[in-house]
Ligand binder design. Structure first.
Ligand code: FES
Length: 148
């Protein structure tokens, strides 16, 4: 009798541990803050970090927590929302470019994201929001149209 009780309580503990460690797939929606088209003039000194492939620039006047613009190549620039997708309403849920320049990270929850926006480590399971960009010669226009 007592053996059966012990078994059922250890089964319950295993279940509890399993669920407490499971990813939270019920995260809040990422807020939406529309913004006017933002023009990046690549010839300005402010944007010299975008002069080479893999370069990034934080633009904090648009989006929810700002945008990270990433140069994939001379004709492709990707614009990622800085709001971390894991618990996006947390005060600290803001993504930075890691000092290695190889990926993006929310130092608060430790989630990492590749420059395709997909989570690569940590608790986040949703990709970063991506905004539409248009490239016209030396100008990149970021619009608030969400493309993912
Ligand atoms: S979302 Fe809470 S810290 Fe990343």
């Amino acid at each position: 009798m007592s053996i059966g009780k012990g078994r059922s309580s250890s089964w319950l503990w295993s279940l509890l541990i399993l669920f407490s460690c499971a990813r939270d797939l019920t995260d809040d929606p990422i807020p939406v803050i529309p913004f006017a088209d933002f023009n990046v003039n690549l010839t300005l000194p402010d944007y010299q970090s975008l002069a080479y492939d893999g370069g990034t620039k934080e633009i904090n006047s648009i989006g929810v927590r700002g945008v990270i613009l990433y140069r994939k190549n001379a004709s492709t620039y990707l614009a990622f929302e800085r709001n971390c997708t894991y618990h996006p309403n947390d005060a600290c849920a803001t993504v930075n470019v890691h000092s290695s320049k190889l990926y993006m990270v929310d130092p608060c929850c430790g989630s990492n994201f590749g420059f395709d926006g997909k989570p690569t480590g940590g608790v986040a399971w949703r990709p970063l929001r991506q905004y539409h960009t248009d490239v016209n010669g030396f100008n990149v226009v970021i619009t608030s149209e969400i493309i993912n």
